[in-house]
Design a binder for this molecule. Structure first.
Ligand code: SAH
Ligand code: TMP
Length: 409
């Protein structure tokens, strides 16, 4: 008997629509010694639930295997994100903080990029299970609890520190496999007129830009306002504002409160819901069509790189991102096409890319080596990368992207 996969929210059947093949953990970079050992891989498949309207992974990796003492992503590596979070902290302090004594809770506070700015306005506590990034935030003098956010912890926080006037989380909701428990935790923790704010990569952008490389082990869910408002409504919570953001290739920030709170729901919420219906985000066929476009995009990218290589050009990968792991493995792009991947994260340099085993080298190597082409594996940072690599383009080097279509830019 074949087990029908079920939705993690509704328990109803899940319709599988996209198969990205056997995939390693996107951030599991390997040492030279590990290349000889068998590599953990899992089937990276995506499904849609017609009841919850939630797009989600079918097979998943245990969070404890992903968020641990050696988490690879330090939020503060990007200057663009520093500015982004500074603006968020100022805006919420001006609009939503109403009691200097009540806590602000940040879920997934990582190295403290946002928490540090919130702490200037109210007693701020970060919830961050990955020990190394939590330690980096504590070293900055921040208050961090190194645990997974769940209802038991929410109850403890409320008892010890009071109800939260603000719960905020950036790029973390999609990392939490049990969203019903997350909503229950909010219900436990939030003050009567408290506000919660979450921002994550936005499904409509993924669909329209063909950003299928946002799909990997850490992202259990891909959100629309349609699916999130349904989830929150089932737990007595309500989205009152939505705001599209340019970061991470196109994100959506949702602002919520208790269903019975005084705050009015703004007209922009209904406008966004209508736009999503217009794009068919509530229909399985939309996702089936998306999967077909993803397969075409794979063929076009492989052909572009293969033809350049056949004509004697040298190509490097630029940025050893998690998205890159997905693209390279799904499209069959290995050391036969890319000489190496350069990256500015010291912890990744000298290692080998998951699945493809392409060596990861320091950015300085790229500057000295001057390949003919650089295939950008962090297209969400494209502008920042092009701006800082003018010497490469001035010397005749060209960048390649695969978003929204394979192209030399
Ligand atoms: N907010 C930061 C970090 C995003 S990465 C930013 O936007 O840059 C996601 C972070 O969430 C990781 O640091 C991860 O360890 C943490 N995380 C994952 N699951 C979590 C959970 N259940 N509760 C709290 N944090 C979690
Ligand atoms: P991520 O999308 O999985 O966080 O990975 C982004 C990677 O891109 C990270 O390893 C750092 C790298 N990077 C560079 O090498 N140079 C840059 O200018 C930027 C912005 C990122």
């Amino acid at each position: 008997m074949i087990n029908m996969p079920v939705c993690r929210i509704s328990g109803q059947p899940l319709h599988a629509f996209l198969d990205l093949g056997m995939m390693p953990v996107a951030n599991a970079f390997l040492t030279k010694a590990q290349l000889a050992e068998p590599e953990f891989k899992f089937p990276l498949r995506v499904g849609f639930c017609e009841t919850s309207l939630m797009v989600q992974l079918i097979e998943t990796v245990d969070p404890a295997q992903l968020f641990h003492a050696n988490y690879a992503y330090f939020s503060s590596i990007s200057r663009v994100m520093e500015q982004h979070f500074a603006q968020l902290a100022d805006a919420v302090a001006a609009e939503f903080l109403y009691d200097k004594r009540l806590p602000v809770v940040e879920i997934g506070s990582n190295d403290g990029i946002l928490l540090a700015k919130l702490a200037a306005h109210a007693p701020a506590v970060g919830i961050e299970p990955s020990g190394n990034v939590a330690a980096a935030a504590r070293a900055r003098g921040l208050d961090v609890i190194s645990e997974f956010f769940e209802p038991g912890l929410a109850a403890r926080l409320r008892a010890e520190r009071g109800a939260a006037q603000l719960v905020v989380g950036a790029n973390v909701l999609c990392h939490i496999p049990d969203l019903n428990a997350l909503a229950r935790s909010l219900d436990v923790l939030l003050d009567a007129e408290g506000v919660f704010i979450f921002e994550d990569p936005y499904l409509l952008e993924i669909i329209t830009q063909l950003g299928y490389d946002q799909i990997y082990d850490e992202h259990y869910f891909y959100f629309s306002v349609l699916s999130l408002s349904r989830l929150f409504a089932a737990h007595g919570l309500r989205i009152f504002r939505v705001q599209a953001l340019p970061v991470h290739g196109g994100s959506m920030r949702v602002y919520g409160c208790r269903a019975g709170a005084q705050r009015a729901t703004e007209p922009g919420v209904e406008t966004q819901l209508a736009l999503e219906r217009q794009h068919g985000l509530h229909l399985l066929q939309t996702y089936v069509d998306f999967a077909e476009r993803v397969r075409q995009s794979r063929a076009a990218l492989f052909t572009l790189l293969y033809n350049l290589k056949q004509s004697g050009r040298r190509i490097a990968g630029y940025a050893a991102s998690s998205k890159g792991t997905v693209v390279l493995n799904y499209c069959g792009i290995g050391p036969q096409l890319l000489d190496y991947i350069c990256d500015n994260t010291p912890g990744k340099q000298g290692l080998y890319a998951p699945g493809t085993h392409i060596p990861v080298l320091p950015i300085e190597h790229f500057a000295a080596d001057r390949p003919d082409y650089a295939f950008v594996l962090a297209w969400n940072h494209m502008r920042e990368i092009i701006a800082k690599e003018q010497a490469f383009t001035q010397a005749g080097g060209r960048f390649i992207t695969h978003i929204p279509n394979a192209a030399i830019v």
